[in-house]
Design a protein around this ligand. Sequence first.
Ligand code: CTP
Length: 415
Amino acid sequence: MSNLASILESRLSSQRLRWLRALAEASRNRATGIYIVGGVVRDLLLDRPIVDMDISVSGLDEQLASDMADALDGRVTSHSQFNTFKIEIDSTVIDVAMTRQESYANPGALPEVLPGSLEQDLARRDFSVNAMAVDISSDAWGELLDPFNGQGDLNRSFIRVLHPKSFSDDATRIFRAVRYSQRLGFALQDETAMLLQNSLGRLDAISGDRMRHEFQKVFAEACAGPILSRLDELGVLGVVFGPLGRHSSLPWPDWQASEGFSENPPNPEELVWLSTLACGLTPGEAGLFARRLNMDSNWSTVVRDTVAVEGLLDELCSHGILRSRIYQMLNQLHPAALRGVAATHDGSAASGNIHLYLQELQGMRTELTGRDLMALGIDEGPEIGRLLNALLEARLDGSIADRLSEEALLRRMIS
Ligand code: CTP
């Protein structure tokens, strides 16, 4: 059995180490075990950044969770089913959960949960690399518990499920497998890859909310593009979208090229990724897509506007198109849809004009305001809006450039 004490001490801040010791102390004689579990153990062993900390405690109940929070000078901010608690200390949240066993009554359903041992808790997990624990009790501080040889798979760079029914029990693990394999640069172990292929049909049983959540997690990854393309290659997107689906001839965007970053472009926000996913859909398909993912109005708008922007590509390519026309076409559409379409069709004249809109035209304003027009004697009402629009168009097209020429044009328009 390996001991990770020195890794814990070198990788975790002194504050985190203090918290872990305080949690262990609070649970002494009241819990039968306390462990760091899941992704954090994987990331400790891989020397990757540690973000969240998941702690599992055998025999955890509400009273013990509250005492643990007190020991950290924190407070329990949420208590969900199955004795899973969030303890907040300053602005840090630590997840503390009872070790549990799970069984799936039917595929896609949420699991039935009972208290269980650490081994049962690890056995219910998705992949061997996520099914390791580190004991943080004072008697066994740092001991690695690895019943499924996750460490071996980390060394071999493999994503491997723990049992053949893993994907059919929970098809969201299909997304997770691809996410981890791209994030870590790991391969899907052969049998895992075969099981994943055989379970694609199980994605039908996943609710819109859960499916949307999986896409959100993909969009949040630094390597979202490679994950989406792998999901596409493996046929996952094909199954999610059914007969609809992104036109496979469309490339996944290269943000660096598309948005002009010299290096390390920031990961675009999720709505921009959503738009790239919706590229190539017809209006009817876009509606089905929005319903399949049970999208809120913000997401649905981005999907609908993506289709609308793609419908404008021909005109946006036309030779000598006026800047005011580009503005008119794009100014009611969601900026995330504009960025998604521009990146997907990068290199085209249309994409260049969308960037022109985003970087320059969108921010242009007239110097005269509605108040100025009223001061010049124009009655309040829709006429003011029409005149301001006409001034803005002239400004966009470069026929006027300052307040004086705006006033001169205004006088001509109202005379
Ligand atoms: N888990 C699982 N099956 C799922 C979701 C989660 O077995 N469908 C388990 C895994 O052991 C995982 C842990 O629950 O490590 C916590 O889930 P999550 O926070 O999503 O995973 P992390 O590994 O912490 O992921 P990330 O690094 O992406 O935060």
